[in-house]
Design a protein around this ligand. Structure first.
Ligand code: ZN
Ligand code: ZN
Length: 183
């Protein structure tokens, strides 16, 4: 199952949250692993069988056709006023990981304050983002998720078998240590 759009995957995640279901509960209901569901919601559909996606979509009442009809994500561009630039890499020290309700979220540290033209991450060199990767809304608030669509700004791209709590705790220690060295 590799042909799902990120917008469709996000829609599944939003529909699940709207129903007040945890990833574990939904995974149990459709007979897949929570880690596979987590990957699917992050847009990595390759590990999930088509029948499982159908079951999830049916249970959440999300039409499957949405995947084909998904519009390309609009871009708000680097010139949008008052936007926070952030690094889209989960594996970058500028993004601080937290586990909230069993889900790994990344809190991007805004970059390029006072340097509106900066295009690349000061830490890893990745091209900076200034827009929500899901709905295209300009990022004007701090936080892990987009207030407009609820989508995570930085996608969790860790392997599904990762122990997120342990990884995030270790990662925050490493980030604190790194910051103490450069400041
Ligand atoms: Zn970076
Ligand atoms: Zn959004």
């Amino acid at each position: 199952m590799a042909n799902l759009s990120i917008a469709f995957c996000r829609q599944l995640a939003r529909a699940r949250r709207a129903k007040g279901m945890t990833q574990s509960a939904l995974a149990d209901a459709v007979g897949c692993k929570q880690s596979a569901l987590s990957m699917l919601e992050a847009g990595h559909a390759a590990k999930v069988a088509h029948e499982t996606v159908e079951k999830i979509a049916a249970l959440l009442e999300v039409p499957l056709e949405t995947a084909a009809a998904a519009a390309p994500v609009p871009s708000c561009g680097p010139t949008a006023a008052n936007t926070h630039a952030f690094c889209p890499h989960a594996d970058c020290f500028s993004n601080v990981p937290y586990v909230v309700n069993g889900e790994l979220l990344f809190w991007p540290r805004p970059q390029a304050d006072g340097r509106a033209a900066a295009a690349h991450c000061a830490v890893c060199g990745e091209l900076l983002e200034r827009c929500c990767p899901h709905c295209g809304a300009p990022v004007v608030t701090a936080g892990a998720c987009c207030p407009a669509c609820g989508g995570e700004r930085v996608a969790n791209t860790l392997p599904p078998e990762t122990d997120c709590e342990a990884w995030a705790a270790q990662r925050r220690r490493a980030i604190a240590e790194w910051r103490s060295l450069i400041l």
